[in-house]
Design a protein around this ligand. Sequence first.
Ligand SMILES: C[S@@+](CC[C@H](N)C(=O)[O-])C[C@H]1O[C@@H](n2cnc3c(N)ncnc32)[C@H](O)[C@@H]1O
Length: 321
Amino acid sequence: MKKVFVKPNLTLFDLSSNEPLFSPKEVLEGLLESEKRLSSKFFYDQVGSDLFQKITELPEYYLTNSEIEILHNNLEEISDLVGENAAVIEFGSGPPLKSRMLMKAIKPSLYLPLDISKSYLLEASKRLAREFSWLQIRAICVDYTRAFQLPFDPEKKRVGCFLGSSLGNFNKSKALDFLIRTKKFLGHGGELLLGVDMKKSAEILDLAYNDSEGITARFNLNILDHINQLCAARFDPANFVHLAGYDENLGCVQMHLVSEVDQKISVLDTEISFSKGEKIHTEDSYKYSCKEIEGLALQAGFSKSVSWFDNKKYFGLFYFS
Ligand SMILES: C[S@@+](CC[C@H](N)C(=O)[O-])C[C@H]1O[C@@H](n2cnc3c(N)ncnc32)[C@H](O)[C@@H]1O
């Protein structure tokens, strides 16, 4: 683990020095499966994180604005639930807009943003450290899908935040595993603020992942540039197209890259063949009903306390204790 003192109130703990967060071997294994796939974590190099921030500003991508609306209307109640002197641990912190709202209202004694995208995490944390000079920030670069321990004990009530419906990137059984691990990680008295995208019409969901400016398509295709750098591969993004759509039976928006031509790409000295029309699966975004998400959290050992929704009931924020 590498520890860097960035500012008097900001320290960066880089857990990638223990084990690389983006492993070329993992890329190859996914591409050698009969249905080719890449983990959605590979979206998030610096370019991918910048593109994700642009996505959050798109009118079609209602998720961010709906969650902001919920936070805006309920910050006082959330802050009362969290209480004083807590350590707020944000999984996949990403753009600092919502974190800023939470820090302002909750005023925790410690904020721990956790993210896999190191340079983006550092920049976002620096901005927050400048803005909230009273706040101790310990940013942790980590893959939250792996078991890990904090490199120190905050000795405070731990409140986890998992916003932006990132839980939806796991299938139901992996989501349950994540919640079970998180419950243990938060420890006795720990609580969780969980943002979840609710089930809705395919029309709204399809638009959200196929914006008219093509930013989501660029975000999806950027995974190939990231893989090229990681694995000395030669994917040409121009030979693939973005595909995203809601599968009502699965309750999931699935994102793929589709090969436009027959092609062979060398990845880590292994030749991978693509036929025209063949897909690489890049992301799942599962949507939930209230019953489903509350059932999953109860199964993981949490008990429900409060939930809030935006005006259109597109998005839900759940507080589990
Ligand atoms: C969909 S964005 C959500 C960002 C933010 N929470 C929000 O609500 O806008 C997912 C974030 O999680 C991070 N991330 C994705 N996979 C991760 C992983 N396996 N471990 C740690 N961070 C991850 C990404 O870098 C990105 O910042």
